[in-house]
Design a protein around this ligand. Sequence first.
Ligand code: PGA
Length: 264
Amino acid sequence: MQIVILKNAAEVAAYGADIFEKQLNRKAESVLGLATGSTPVALYQNLIEKNRCGDISFKDAVTFNLDEYLGLEGTHPQSYRFFMNEQLFNHVDINKDHTHVPPGNAKNPVEACQEYEAQIAAAGGIDVQLLGIGRNGHIGFNEPSSGLTSRTRVKTLTKETIDDNARFFSADEYQPHLSITMGIGTILDAKKVVLLATGENKAEAVKATVEGPLTASCPASALQLHRDAVIVIDEAAASKLDNIEFYKHIEAENQKLQAHLASL
Ligand code: PGA
């Protein structure tokens, strides 16, 4: 894993956005794996700005989101389809027909999961997958105990996740307890994975991901198996790591190597 420790959330968002900029400029028809939650919002704002300035285009890009609440229509303000339209798709030059979010209104959710996997495969697989992380170490809605090779499927949310997300629902509003989520195996198939985490309340989950054992109890620890996983965190989210100085040293060496390679 590449561990990048930055000063604050703004730097984390900018670093993550640069990865997507490079990807889109290398391959216009990139297949991007996207995420919801509060953490990616600032990264999406960076991408919207880069698109506005003409630095990147989504014209030929294809996207697949990690997950969706089961039981919500895409027009529901708390659905992840609605979130993606509001936070990114409505503001960039993407063809909405090329954007995929698992169907929260699927009549047959089991078939819908298989179909989602087939669509990802037909698109040629995901080039870069963006991830947030839950306080319990979940990625997508792969809660602790999720199979480390799991595929897109229906998952039940933990009480912790439901409580964390309750802030988005009004008191009398139906809050789903089920989701469709890419599996951990689906995520590990992405060619590159970028996990963003900011704030003290993610520090335990980040420590378990980076320095803990590989375990289904912390689904994000599965990224230890990925050959190109980048963990981009701010000082607060890094605060419980044992080897902070070592990770900073490696990253400084990485930067030097990249500069050398660019000069060749
Ligand atoms: P957050 O959620 O970005 O809103 O903290 C992350 C997640 O649950 O994956």
